[in-house]
Design a protein around this ligand. Structure first.
Ligand code: UD2
Length: 317
């Protein structure tokens, strides 16, 4: 069993990743500064003897390295980030600090204290509006936001440090992640979290554009498993892989799944397409299967059922 340090442990993906690591018997050192993470996301983890929580800002020079020196984790899963593309556009300096500088501190902590593996939360945003479909890892990277640019820069920093100083780096290029604990409160929150809130409150959903745009939606429990594999699977070598399903769902299909739950549900409201909105985003999952042994198990319908009704099977804590 391994000791894994998870940055952003109180966040959406971080809390699910921590829960899964603990359920599999690993020790988890959770780190969060609670800028966007929430303590209630860790309500299960905090009951586990294998879990410790440290309130710490990864972007503060030396802070993480000090903790890594004391804890000596086998691996770091670096999920702490500024997570909104729109916020990165509004505040590119903060984006640089949280998404580039902090990643450099992770690389430095790994180098100084002999961490074997670093897993990094990258994003489909590094590809920009890629012409290729499905998108393979070799596709041209033309980020169109400070967020995408920072994720691409951080990938390069971590991979370069890993190659030079001898630790394994896995860059996880997440597509559209959804599931329980995703915060629906901003207009730029994930569309499924917004639709789920409309569903709970009996309000019609808003579709930007004609609704024919498609996304590769992946359930957060699958993403947590991809992180577990990247951090702990024996024989994994450095690289970057899409974390996606390889299946496209249109916004119209998505709205239809919610509408089918209620007879006489109000029809979706259509608004003009968002500026800069990508029309189609679909990942090729082959590299993650080959390099990590990861294949997504949950489809959109199943993931939505879990989001709305709770897990079909008890989740170990
Ligand atoms: C996702 C990521 C983003 C970045 C990007 C890379 C999320 C939340 N965001 O942005 O971080 O990695 O991919 O390409 O995963 N929509 C509606 N109605 C709503 C809300 C959204 O129609 O109420 C549409 C929106 O216009 C877009 C689609 O739903 O066409 C998905 O939007 P999103 O904000 O969930 O995610 P996306 O793909 O823009």
């Amino acid at each position: 069993m391994a000791k894994i340090l998870v940055t952003g442990a109180a966040g959406f993906i971080g809390s699910h990743t921590s829960d899964l690591l603990l359920a599999e018997g690993h020790a988890v050192v959770g780190v969060d500064n609670f800028r966007t993470g929430r303590r209630e996301n860790l309500s299960a983890a905090l009951h586990s003897t294998g879990f410790t929580l440290h309130e710490l800002d990864v972007a503060v020079p030396g802070a993480l390295a000090k903790l890594v020196a004391a804890e000596q984790p086998d691996a770091i899963i670096h999920l702490a980030a500024l997570v909104s593309v729109q916020e990165s556009i509004a505040d590119p300096a903060l984006n640089f600090s949280l998404n580039v500088h902090a990643s450099q501190f992770v690389a430095e902590a790994a180098r100084l204290h002999g961490v074997n593996r670093v897993v990094f939360a990258s994003s489909a945003a590094i590809y920009g509006d890629a012409a290729e479909r499905p998108i393979r890892e070799s596709a041209e990277k033309r980020p169109v936001s400070p967020y995408g640019a920072a994720k691409l820069a951080a990938e390069a920093l971590l991979l370069g440090h890993g190659a030079c100083y001898g630790f394994t780096v896995r860059c996880q290029r997440y597509f559209n992640v959804f599931g329980p604990r995703q915060d629906p409160s901003s207009p730029y929150s994930g569309v499924i979290s917004i639709f789920a809130r409309c569903d709970r409150e009996g309000r019609p959903v808003t579709i930007y554009g004609d609704g024919r745009q498609t996304r590769d939606f992946i359930a957060v429990r699958d993403v947590a498993r991809a992180n577990l594999l990247a951090a702990t699977r024996p024989g994994v070598v450095s690289g970057a892989a899409n974390i996606c399903t390889g299946r496209a769902t249109s916004l119209l299909d998505l709205a239809g799944i919610f509408a089918a739950r209620h007879a006489g549900a109000a029809a979706p409201v259509h608004r003009p397409a968002r500026a800069g909105d990508i029309v189609h985003s679909l990942g090729d999952p082959a590299a993650a299967a080959a390099e990590l042994g990861f294949t997504a198990r949950m489809g959109v319908a199943e993931g939505l059922a879990e989001l709305i009704n709770g897990p079909a099977v008890p989740v170990l804590s």
